[in-house]
Design a protein around this ligand. Structure first.
Ligand code: DC
Length: 224
């Protein structure tokens, strides 16, 4: 089968990660959740308990090793060989990840790693800047969107499944909007749709429906 890069970008809660996993599995491609990498950097910074400055972030980046391993449910994220797949989903990481991922040096390091992991392979990569910066020549670029209501509801369900009950719908919606605002307005590689990306509004689509749409678009390219 032809090996292409499929870039899936979009705001928090638009369904990128879940559909990217399904599409990668169907195509037997590797799957890379780039948000997990920025989350791992955020966790490393939180553990160091140092101020949030460019200088400190550079020190953190220069001393850590982030690796991704495929697993049955998508991806295992490792920080210095420790499995941090769960730890990077904490509320504290959620709170700081936008600020950490806006740093130029952090982004350069992660983008290099992302390119190295996927270059020449069949890969579904999800993030915020994959179609615009990481792989501007990706064969297929998808930009997922969804209403704030739909996105907050999904996060609420995700939290409930994990037994996290502290946050209500309004709080989650506010957090998501805040993250969108930050991710879209940062100087380096802000979240935006690439000109040649196909936009899919997932507000009223099931996970199966949205993955099927992306899968069909991918097959069209792969088979031609
Ligand atoms: O997709 P996510 O919620 O796990 O992403 C966490 C944060 O990481 C998000 O708020 C912005 C940042 N991010 C980024 O800047 N670039 C990417 N390619 C992926 C994520």
């Amino acid at each position: 089968m032809k090996q292409i890069i499929i870039a899936i970008d979009g705001p928090a809660g638009s369904g990128k990660t879940s559909s990217a996993k399904i599409v990668a599995e169907k195509l037997n491609y590797i799957y890379i959740d780039t948000g997990a990498m920025y989350r791992a950097v955020t966790l490393a910074w939180l553990r160091e308990k140092v101020p949030l400055t460019a200088e400190k972030l550079k020190e953190v980046i220069d001393t850590i090793n982030i690796t991704l391993e495929p697993s049955a449910n998508g991806q295992i994220t490792k920080l210095n060989d420790e499995d941090v797949s769960e730890a990077i989903r904490s509320e504290e990481v959620n709170r700081f990840v936008s600020q950490i991922s806006a740093d130029k040096y952090v982004r350069e390091a992660m983008v290099n790693l992302q390119r190295k992991l996927a270059e020449g392979k069949g890969c579904v990569m999800d993030g915020r800047d994959i179609g615009t910066t990481v792989f501007p020549n990706a064969a297929l670029k998808i930009y997922l969107t969804a209403s704030i209501g739909a996105r907050a509801k999904r996060r609420l369900n995700e939290y409930a499944e994990k037994g996290i009950t502290g946050l209500g719908f309004n709080e989650i919606a506010t957090q998501i909007l805040e993250r969108d605002r930050f991710d879209s307005n940062r100087e380096v590689s802000p979240l935006r749709k690439a000109n040649d990306a196909i936009e899919i509004d997932t507000s009223n689509l099931t996970l199966q429906e949205q993955s099927e749409k992306i899968y069909k678009l991918a097959l069209d390219i792969i088979n031609n």
